[in-house]
Write a protein that binds this ligand. Structure first.
Ligand SMILES: Cc1ncc(COP(=O)(O)O)c(C=O)c1O
Length: 508
């Protein structure tokens, strides 16, 4: 950023001595944004959800601005927000087997800031519904989202991991049953899992949970807004919603496949009684009595209004069209993988994910990811875990559809280049270090040294190791992934915590 206003010293500081004109401020943000991965254009397969609908961004931004200063703290002060929240919850409920129809469950819900908050609240509600259990536990498939582990950690609940079949990548109902004990307050499953896009056997798992008298949460954060449309399009989507008797709560993120801007998820409960322990109220202080359905107290109306506008603008017909485009894109990308020597789909696509692995030791997936990045395709590497190999994840959205024909040739080209470059060769002492170092022995200095040696630590570095092209220019990212891959999970966690600690430093 150039400076013409702040004594020649402004490098983008948030609080300059003298305020800057609006155009200058926006120009500076634009300059910062130029170093980001592309949020639009159908070439980024994680983090963003792009329907490529002309005018939608502008509509959502206008709606966001209209309610940005409205506060969700008190639903009686801002009835506009309450009305929009109730409408969003109603839409999600109707899509997922609730609703006003005869026989449908009396589903209620809350709008949260995202999938993680929805899952934390599902766990809190389950925990607080069982004050008789001194040391509550939750049974969660290992393929379920890491936010369950975060919820368990925050809420001091023990997480019992349920193994999955290494081929189907699904937990069996028997494995879930085996994980349920007298202190289990919640069973979880995914529809679908983020990593592989696989839908768990929800009906069987919910039956096992119901039999044990335990709540069953379906994490449909990722797929709850696509599976119903895919089913309407004739795809074989198994039952996963409130039409399944034992399902007690469902989460669905509107900032994913409902294509709303970030900051909106819906947590649904089958009945008001199931939701009640989710709420927090406090009157034992001299200020206003606080009643919070969700974690945040003050909440901006912006994301809620933006989501409301997005849903109303796209409508059922729009989502059906977008789901059809996404389904076709998934099929095309999966074909490209099938047609590339040395690659194999880790799971047959059944939702909106394409996930593949390497079957050829000379074709290093992490090198392939870098080669794809160099060709403008931003994929997400996934490290090996237990008996599951490392893989490459593609979250596919409607914007990808027009790009699919370009992907196959680039994938083949990238694979050839990755083979020619050969697998990452970590220095032997580094591999040994990764395998033997204990997380406690990892000092900030050691991580700083490692980061420096690997060329990491500035803007644009990807947490997953992938470089942001443009301003960042971080290299060599396959090396970082190879190093992380060689380390056990506890060490990966510590390394990345220290690394993010290095990144998150104030600028003056
Ligand atoms: C299945 C699933 N659950 C939960 C989450 C967490 O959502 P968020 O990142 O909005 O907190 C994700 C995010 O990808 C997800 O895919």
């Amino acid at each position: 950023m150039s400076d013409d206003q702040d004594n020649g010293q402004d490098t983008g500081r948030a609080l300059p001595e003298r305020g800057l004109p609006a155009e200058r401020v926006l120009g500076d943000i634009g300059a910062l944004r130029a170093g980001d991965r592309p949020t639009h254009g159908g070439r980024l397969f994680a983090y963003v959800y792009d329907p490529a609908v002309p005018g939608l961004d502008e509509l959502a931004a206008a709606a966001h601005a209209s309610s940005a200063h409205v506060n969700g703290l008190d639903p009686t002060a801002f009835p506009s927000l309450l009305a929009m929240e109730n409408a969003l919850v109603g839409a999600a409920s109707r899509l997922l087997g609730g609703g006003a129809g005869t026989g449908a469950p009396d589903v209620v819900g809350s709008v949260t800031s995202g999938g993680t908050e929805s899952l934390i609240l599902a766990v809190k509600a389950a925990r607080d519904a069982r004050p008789d259990v001194a040391a509550p536990r939750i049974a969660v498939p290992v393929t379920a989202h890491a936010a369950f582990a975060k919820a368990a950690h925050y809420l001091r609940v023990v997480l019992d991991p349920v193994p999955v079949d290494p081929v189907t990548l699904r937990p069996s109902a028997a494995a879930v049953a085996a994980a349920i004990g007298p202190d289990t307050v919640l069973v979880a499953c995914s529809a679908p899992s983020y990593a592989h896009g696989v839908v768990d056997p929800v009906a069987e798992i919910a039956a096992v949970a119901a039999e044990a008298g335990v709540r069953c949460h379906v994490d449909a954060c990722f797929g709850g807004w696509t599976l119903p449309w895919l089913r309407r399009l004739g795809e074989p989507v198994p039952p996963f919603d409130f039409t399944v008797a034992g399902v007690t709560s469902i989460s669905v993120d509107l900032h994913k496949y409902a294509y709303a801007p970030k900051g909106v998820s819906v947590l649904l409960h089958r009945t008001p009684a199931l939701r009640a322990p989710q709420f927090f109220a406090y009157a034992d202080w001299p200020g206003y009595t606080m009643v919070n359905p969700v974690i945040a107290s003050t909440r901006s109306g912006g994301p809620i209004a933006a989501a409301y506008a997005t849903l109303r603008h796209l409508g059922e017909d729009g989502y059906l069209r977008l789901a059809a485009a996404t389904r076709d894109a998934v099929a095309g990308l999966a074909d490209a993988v099938r047609g590339t020597d040395g690659l194999r789909l880790l799971a047959e696509p059944e939702s909106t994910v394409v996930c593949f692995t390497s079957t050829d030791p000379t074709l290093d997936l992490f090198v392939l990811v870098d080669e794809l990045t160099a060709r403008g395709w931003h994929t997400q590497p996934q490290l090996s875990y237990a008996d599951l190999p490392a893989s490459v994840h593609l979250t596919v959205t409607a914007a990808v559809a027009p790009r699919v024909a370009e992907f196959g040739p680039d994938l083949a080209d990238a694979a050839a280049a990755a083979r020619a470059a050969g697998p990452v060769k970590l220095p032997a002492e580094l591999t040994a270090l990764a395998a033997t170092l204990t997380p406690d022995a990892l000092t900030p200095e050691l991580v700083a040294g490692l980061a420096a040696a690997l060329g990491l630590g500035g803007p644009g570095a990807g947490l997953d190791g992938t470089a942001a092209d443009g301003a960042g220019g971080f290299a060599p990212d396959a090396t970082v992934n190879a190093l992380l891959d060689a380390a056990p999970p506890a060490l990966r966690e510590r390394l990345l915590v220290e690394f993010v600690g290095l990144l998150q430093r104030p600028t003056y």
